[in-house]
Design a protein around this ligand. Structure first.
Ligand SMILES: Cc1cc2nc3c(=O)[nH]c(=O)nc-3n(C[C@H](O)[C@H](O)[C@H](O)COP(=O)(O)O)c2cc1C
Length: 178
């Protein structure tokens, strides 16, 4: 697939068939995400991969509509980042600028985007969910206090081919200066 094809194939899918994700594909998307850039190469993004019984419990940390969106999805990846590192001065522990842990979240988003695109290349579909109960996820997966819970990402095989929601025209988002 060309990069353009990968990009066009990625859409948020809210309907999955009851089919497992091959272990090699799962490893491939997690490995790909490792190539994402990060603040001073601090690599603070973390993934918790839930399948089987753990997945069933993780689903309970999703609101009803996201449970419906991910019914039959065989894998849920919980993404977190270790707070207080990206965007912080290692020596003083002080934030390097006004964005603080925003940089950790930024890095986590870059990491997750690579994962989504690799999944797309491998014929897998995904759904990022920001509406989730972070406290429940922390408890179920024993996520340490120093990590900030970010998203739950469903991974699986699509049961439908949704239409991509419209985007703003590029000129509405971009300003050029010279
Ligand atoms: C940070 C983030 C949080 C999101 N949370 C949810 C969610 O909780 N439930 C959901 O159905 N979709 C969620 N989405 C998916 C967006 O609605 C979707 O990406 C957007 O509508 C654009 O559609 P596309 O991904 O098909 O291009 C989320 C996406 C992002 C990036």
């Amino acid at each position: 697939m060309t990069f353009e094809e990968v990009l066009q194939a990625r859409k948020s899918v809210r309907s999955y068939i009851d089919k497992a994700v091959e272990e090699e594909k799962l490893h491939a998307i997690l490995d790909a995400a490792n190539l994402a850039p990060s603040w001073k190469n601090s690599q603070t993004a973390r993934c918790y991969v839930a399948t089987g019984e753990t997945l069933r419990r993780v689903r309970e940390a999703l609101p009803a509509f996201n449970q419906r969106n991910t019914e039959h999805a065989p894998v849920l990846i919980i993404s977190t980042f270790v707070a207080g590192i990206a965007g912080y001065d290692i020596k003083t522990g002080e934030p390097s600028n006004e964005f603080g842990n925003g940089w950790g979240a930024y890095d986590c988003g870059l990491h997750d985007m690579v994962l989504l695109l690799k999944a797309s290349e491998l014929g897998l579909s995904t759904l990022v969910m920001g509406i989730r109960d972070a406290g429940k996820l922390r408890e179920i997966l024993s996520i340490p206090e120093e990590e900030q819970v970010v998203s739950v990402i469903a991974v699986g095989y699509a049961a439908a081919d949704p239409v991509r929601p419209a985007r703003k025209p590029t000129q509405e988002r971009v300003r050029y200066f010279d």
